[in-house]
Design a protein around this ligand. Structure first.
Ligand SMILES: [Mn+2]
Length: 316
């Protein structure tokens, strides 16, 4: 039976997919995101499905639950993710295999733990790259994996991977699929010179773009923001926050009728819940983690988003 991997296209998603592909050699790899997961599930007739690093959105939770029932009644559905679940969606009542949520563990760590019996132990370093990419390398599980490695070597490899992935267009799925194949054989990022070149170009661009953020950042209350920079949204949000001197940074990019957003904060416990509520009230969708979130809202609503986010922060 065919296995289908549905994965997020960032470093954690790519590494998690590589780990699963090493365990399930014939799996097909499809990249998706929270907004696209439901339609992706609907398009699958049958097959064993492994979902990696894709958050379940509250907007689609009923549709996703019924797809899990449809697909899980005949085949295996595995869901390995570390984003907060939408309220009212209990995975334990659905025919879905998952791992009990390990505090702070990213999807690559979960994938390695779940498929461990089918993997060479040295695939642990791919899980570590994914964890570094998601700032999730300080968990008991990753610390144990790191005991078998010199972490300085792995930070170089993870750095190349993160930079190359930030430099590539988000929707360059062919590149990401070939990278998943490459990593599934546990080959080193540094051994692929074109990957190293991409990473170096990205570092040069980072230096330039950081200065641009510094000169363009605007602030409203506790929120700093930048728009349409054509740079990694996550990094732009981080530096908007740092140079704006606020708790929260937002980076926005207009995409057709929508605006894609990254939001980064320091010291908060539930950025995702404010972001998800505000995005929802503006007719969009959002979610994420304690201090990193993403959202998509209708075009033209950025200033409202920033204002409502600032008000929302005052309450928490
Ligand atoms: Mn992740």
């Amino acid at each position: 039976m065919e296995s289908i991997i549905l994965a997020h296209g960032d470093c954690d998603g790519v590494c998690a997919a590589s780990i699963v592909l090493a365990a399930r050699r014939n799996a097909k790899v499809v990249f998706t995101n929270p907004a696209g997961l439901l339609s992706e599930l609907r398009s699958i007739e049958a097959g064993s499905i492994i979902i990696l690093d894709v958050a379940l959105t509250s907007k689609h939770k009923d549709g996703i639950a019924s797809e899990f029932k449809r697909l899980g009644s005949r085949n295996e559905v595995v869901y390995l993710d570390h984003h907060p679940l939408p309220q009212g969606l209990g995975l334990s009542k659905l025919p879905v295999k998952t791992l009990k949520r390990v505090r702070g563990a990213c999807s690559s760590e979960l994938a390695y733990t779940y498929f461990k019996d089918w993997l060479e132990p040295e695939m642990s370093r791919v899980a570590i790259y994914g964890a570094i990419g998601d700032y999730s390398d300080d968990t008991p599980g990753v610390r144990r994996m790191l005991e078998k490695w010199d972490k300085r070597e792995l930070y170089l490899e993870a750095g190349i991977l993160v930079a190359a992935l930030e430099g590539v267009r988000r929707r360059d799925f062919d590149f990401k699929r070939s990278l998943v194949n490459y990593l599934s054989e546990n080959r080193l990022p540094s051994a692929d010179r074109s990957l190293v070149e991409m990473a170096l170009r990205e570092s040069e661009r980072d230096e330039e773009m950081r200065r641009l953020v510094k000169s363009m950042v605007k602030t409203h209350g506790n929120v700093s923001y930048v728009t349409n920079l054509e740079w990694s949204l996550g990094k732009a949000a981080t530096y908007a926050r740092a140079y704006g001197g606020t708790i929260v940074g937002v980076a926005a990019e207009e995409q057709g009728e929508n605006i894609d957003l990254s939001i980064r904060s320091v010291g908060l416990k539930n950025l995702y819940s404010v972001v998800s509520r505000v995005a929802g009230e503006l007719g969009g969708i959002g979610g994420g983690h304690a201090n990193a979130a993403g959202a998509r809202i209708p075009r033209g609503k950025l200033l409202e988003f920033v204002e409502m986010l600032d008000e929302g922060l005052a309450k928490i």
